[in-house]
Design a protein around this ligand. Structure first.
Ligand code: SF4
Ligand code: SF4
Length: 56
């Protein structure tokens, strides 16, 4: 299980700054989550203005 960022992402970077495991990095058109590092805490979903991170 890991969170995944949908295409709704507007690349604001808020989630990357809050992720406790630094699992989130900037991708080509949106931010992406490294499933190997994600610990399913949900923090990214909580800070995202467009609810782009979803639990898989
Ligand atoms: Fe990081 Fe938590 Fe979001 Fe996973 S659920 S990407 S660990 S903030
Ligand atoms: Fe994208 Fe939401 Fe993360 Fe901002 S907080 S970079 S909109 S997923």
């Amino acid at each position: 299980m890991a969170y995944k960022i949908s295409d709704d992402c507007i690349a604001c970077g808020a989630c990357a700054a809050e992720c406790p495991t630094e699992a989130i990095t900037e991708g080509d058109n949106k931010y992406v989550i490294d499933a190997e590092k994600c610990v399913d805490c949900g923090t990214c979903a909580g800070v995202c203005p467009v609810e782009a991170p979803k639990a898989e």
